[in-house]
Design a binder for this molecule. Structure first.
Ligand code: NZQ
Ligand code: ZN
Length: 385
């Protein structure tokens, strides 16, 4: 196992009825802004619960955060917060609303020019407006981490940042509110959480059996519980298991002391930036392609994954690795998630654009042992045409 630091200060409240505690979680006398998306919180009862718990608070509302949240919309909220001297933010919705809130929270006190620099130049974030989250969609893990991914419409870019001041103060996880999710979003959540685990697991062995088994437990749970939620999003018990799996997949625990490889996400973000494909669907395309391309380099972990997660016990190592890749792709497809570029009408010219972008940015050796070069990226995407 490698050396590591683990820090996660997020207070988590899980399950039905926890929204009633909002008025104890947000300091009395705070001037609060509620940030939300396109209106799902009005349909699943979350908005009403917030209003009744926050009676007596000075509450401003800002809706309209889009999926794949933008810099442009976020900056409108920044203006309002500065003008009204708001000092607490409450995010209610999915990962996009929470990610936008993280960027907004960091942008408000940022005084070193355009806050876009936080994403484009890794400008230092010294402080952020404190905020809490109400999560209604299991997928990203953002409710318990310090990451945020923001898109800029004008330049067709999608970039991430990760800084300690944007850990949420608390997150309320609501599997009951997630019961109104359309099947498509449930499928996205299962795939996104699954790939978060593989990005921290499928590298090379470093004798870290605790992390490996945590990771395998999350993947097995997603394989068992995911299809139940996909078939019936309002199955509260199955949704609870999916939601907690997704949170555990990206709260820092399973990455302790092990190498990571976030190149599936890096490549996937470009597919969203150029074509607007849902985040999880981009991962479902890239992951099998990258594994096919790097099968030899990742073989030890692919075999372990085949044996322990998919129960593949027979055949050569090569056959086990192939079986694991095939079963993963089948699992995604069983959830209605296409794994080929052609499923989304994307052609070869996009591969050229992505490779050129990585070359221009000097992203020449990403991820696990620097294996994701522009050439690897090209091959991985060509496998999935
Ligand atoms: O906008 P509203 O009306 O709320 O509707 C949303 C949205 O249309 C809807 N929704 C949310 N909860 C619902 C609901 N509909 C019915 N019932 C409910 N209970 O679902 C749609 C998608 O929401 P979104 O927040 O975009 O989905 P998700 O949570 O998958 O977030 C995706 C974003 O997170 C980023 C992605 O890149 C993408 O921009 N990620 C963030 C990460 C992080 N911060 O750690 C890691 C991930 O890898 C990912 O990159
Ligand atoms: Zn993701």
């Amino acid at each position: 196992m490698k050396e590591f630091e683990f820090y996660n200060p997020v207070k988590v409240l899980f399950g039905k009825g926890q929204v009633t505690k909002l008025n104890e979680l947000i300091p009395a006398g705070s001037r609060v802004i509620l940030i939300y998306g396109g209106g799902s919180i009005f349909k699943n009862g979350v908005y009403d619960s917030i209003k009744s718990s926050l009676k007596g608070f000075d509450l401003t509302e800002f809706g309209g955060i889009e999926p794949n949240p933008t810099y442009e919309t976020s900056m409108k909220a920044v203006e309002i917060i500065r003008q009204k001297k708001i000092n607490y933010i409450l995010a209610a919705g999915g990962g996009s609303v929470i990610d936008a809130t993280k960027f907004i929270a960091a942008a408000v006190p940022f005084n070193d020019g355009d806050p876009w620099k936080i994403l484009s130049e890794e400008a230092e974030v010294k402080e952020a407006v404190p905020f809490g989250c109400i999560l209604t969609l299991p997928a990203t893990g953002t409710e318990m981490n310090k990451n945020s991914v923001i898109s800029r419409k004008s330049t067709e870019e999608k970039l991430a940042f990760s800084v300690t001041p944007v850990f949420p103060k608390f997150s309320i996880l609501l599997p009951d509110a997630a019961g109104t999710l359309p099947q498509k979003q449930v499928a996205n959540g299962i795939v996104d959480a699954f790939v978060h685990v593989t990005e921290q697991y499928l590298t090379y062995p470093v004798n870290a059996p605790i992390q490996d088994r945590f990771a395998e437990a999350i993947m097995i749970t997603l394989i068992e519980e995911g299809p139940k939620v996909y078939a019936k999003p309002d199955d509260y018990e199955a949704m609870s298991n999916l939601m907690w799996s997704a949170t555990m997949a990206l709260n820092g625990l399973i990455s302790c002391g092990v190498p990571g490889d976030w190149s599936v996400h890096s490549i996937g973000h470009e597919l969203t930036a150029f074509h607007g494909i849902d985040h999880a669907r981009t991962l479902a395309i890239v992951l099998p392609g990258l594994w096919k391309t790097l099968k030899e380099e990742k073989k030890a972990k692919l075999v372990q994954y085949a044996e322990r997660v998919w129960g593949v016990k027979t055949g050569s190592d090569d056959e086990k690795a192939d079986a694991a890749i095939e079963k993963t792709e089948k699992f995604f497809r069983s959830l209605g998630v296409g794994t080929r570029l052609s499923d989304y009408g994307v052609k070869k010219d996009t591969i050229d654009r992505i490779v050129k972008r990585f070359e221009d940015r000097k992203w020449l050796s990403m991820g696990d042992r620097g294996l994701t070069t522009p050439d690897t990226t090209r091959k991985a995407l060509e496998c999935q045409l």
